[in-house]
Design a protein around this ligand. Structure first.
Ligand SMILES: O=P(O)(O)OP(=O)(O)OP(=O)(O)OC[C@H]1O[C@@H](n2cnc3c(O)ncnc32)[C@H](O)[C@@H]1O
Ligand SMILES: [Mg+2]
Length: 197
């Protein structure tokens, strides 16, 4: 079975990618499966730049094809915050603190103005090839209190109107069908087989 290395340390993303790649008969490995990983400086100005930094850092180190995802929550009333800083909005990868900060910042914002979207940029790189890049967005609203226990990150606060659920109230496959990550990967996979050969 083919394997792909995904340059992520996020267990929530790793679970979603494993499920998304299963029908392609491609096994997913992540940085969580490796012992020594070079430091990755996510200092790009855009999601796509950061995804390329992650993928290229690991591909230069391991000399194999690498996929990376950079994603985040873009809140309209906050001029796009937390955006590319989503993982470290309040505390570094502290989901509870990040969610609290988001709720505090939106305390005076009326429900109709709490629109937001999740964005995901996915890239695959391999030495000697042009990177393959795809993006996806999922549009919804930020609730005033968390709902649901599944998912990760901002999922309990992200209400997706078309399904009348937060992302944390969806099963993994329900979320993958409509999420920024699921949509970006669907697009990437359209060109993936040709690129992969
Ligand atoms: O960089 P890697 O190692 O992949 O893991 P990360 O968690 O740092 O990932 P990002 O740099 O792309 O930051 C994305 C943050 O945006 C949030 N986020 C992204 N996708 C999400 C999703 O599907 N559900 C909830 N929150 C999400 C969450 O806070 C993530 O930590
Ligand atoms: Mg990160």
């Amino acid at each position: 079975m083919d394997k792909i290395l995904i340059a992520t340390k996020n267990a929530g993303k790793a679970r979603e990618f494993a499920r998304l790649f299963a029908p392609k008969q491609i096994e997913v490995m992540t940085l969580l499966d490796l012992e020594d990983v070079p430091p990755i400086e996510e200092n790009g100005q855009t999601f796509t730049e950061n995804a390329l930094i992650k993928a290229q850092t690991i591909s230069n180190y391991l000399h194999i094809p690498v996929l990376a995802d950079d994603s985040g929550l873009v809140v309209d009333a906050l001029d796009g915050e937390p955006g590319i800083y989503s993982a470290r909005y309040a505390g570094d990868h502290d989901d509870a603190a990040n969610n609290r900060k988001l709720l505090n910042k939106l305390a005076d914002v009326a429900p109709a103005d709490r629109t937001a979207h999740f964005h995901c940029s996915i890239v695959v790189v391999q030495e000697g090839k042009e990177p393959l890049i795809a993006t996806g967005d999922a549009y919804g609203q930020i609730l005033t209190a968390p709902r649901g226990k599944d998912g990760f990150g901002y999922d309990p606060l992200f209400y997706y109107p078309a399904k009348d659920k937060t992302f944390a109230e969806m099963t993994a496959s329900e979320k993958n069908m409509v999420s920024h990550r699921g949509l970006a990967l669907q697009k990437l996979l359209q060109d993936f087989d040709q690129w992969w050969q």
